[in-house]
Ligand binder design. Sequence first.
Ligand SMILES: Cc1cc2nc3c(=O)[nH]c(=O)nc-3n(C[C@H](O)[C@H](O)[C@H](O)COP(=O)(O)OP(=O)(O)OC[C@H]3O[C@@H](n4cnc5c(N)ncnc54)[C@H](O)[C@@H]3O)c2cc1C
Length: 395
Amino acid sequence: MAEIQNVDILIVGSGPSGTSTALHLVKNNPAWAKRIVVVDKAVHPREKLCGGGVTHIGQNILARLGLPFEPKNFEVREVRLFYEDQSYSFFGNPVFRIVRRDEFDHWLVKTAESLGVTVRQGEAVTDIVPYEDYVEVITEKTTFHAKTVVAADGSRSFVRRRLKWEDDSRVARLIEVLTPENAHVQSEFRDGVAIFDFTPMTDHQLQGYYWDFPSYVEGQPYMNRGVFDSRARPERPKADLKATLQDEMAARGRDLADYKLKGHPIRWWDKDGRFAQPRIILVGDAAGADPLMGEGISFALGYGEVAADALEDAFARQDFSFSTYKARLNQHTLFKQLKIRVWLARFAYILKYPRFFRAGWWVARHVIKFTRWRDPNFVPAELPQMLLTDRMRTT
Ligand SMILES: Cc1cc2nc3c(=O)[nH]c(=O)nc-3n(C[C@H](O)[C@H](O)[C@H](O)COP(=O)(O)OP(=O)(O)OC[C@H]3O[C@@H](n4cnc5c(N)ncnc54)[C@H](O)[C@@H]3O)c2cc1C
């Protein structure tokens, strides 16, 4: 049997929630770097199916970590929301940024490594057995005895399944394609416009929207097109996602059959959900994200802040029960916002009659005029602009 490696904190998964946990610990105390091991089955830069939209919430968390937003990104200056022939827009400088996840996640991993954190890539966790004094984590290459484990292994979390916490009742469904575009012709690229189209809510009984996110893949312009189905109302019939995407793309002159279709779920937040057991906590999609818009990157980064504080406290008190972890999450501003989003999703996605929708749209269009989102120069991120200007590269 391979030699056993003892470690204080083993993080399973090096997506934004895993690396954010490590980065927050190291920010609190650089000595943590040598006490953390991150394990990921993939090797960065690895593909991650995602629209790549990072809002000011995520940008602010990175800024508070002292990280200039380095990965290449597309600045969205206008978010245009559609319902049938009606639309209204949010403006900002930018409203949000679109990254490619392989680049963004790789950057976070490299940053953690540069601060001394060990990240073992290409090594899947194959078993996990909790004991009273440690958690045994078996990977393809070794066996760890970890004082604590952070499950940051995404919405299909292996750790969650192995611990038999599996519960599919709160899982949103997403499908996505990338279509090559001409950035000079396509106005979304020229004007920095991202589109959310809610028409399929009444056309296809979708509990969500169709999106168009302009992005660059290895320097070439592609439209990231997809469908988000929140399933915030699981008791209602499931929409046909492929037919929805096909129709929306056809309306934009694209044939879905010409492109490679991929899908992935997002587990969504439940304030009463299970987030911990002795010596093990969950973060990011493994724990739950936003069912209203499917925003997960910013919340994944936010989990890192709460998890780091909980871990520090556990080691300080030598109490590894994590009995207060759920309360810590629920008390954090970010997760209070998530609670509101769950409520809004349940409310918004119950509507299926066009006349209610049109009325709601009319109200929203007028309300927006009284907010700062009507101003193209509005900078929603509170981060110091000097962190952005020199080092930011927009493709
Ligand atoms: C189609 C789609 C579009 C989306 N668009 C957006 C968007 O525009 N904006 C936004 O904010 N959010 C978006 N999301 C959500 C976002 O992608 C997730 O919320 C985010 O990736 C969660 O980060 P995470 O670190 O928790 O998990 P992940 O990013 O999924 O990382 C999990 C990591 O764990 C590793 N792992 C898994 N199993 C094991 C194992 N057994 N052993 C070792 N390692 C393991 C994986 O390799 C991976 O690196 C989208 C999601 C989908 C599916």
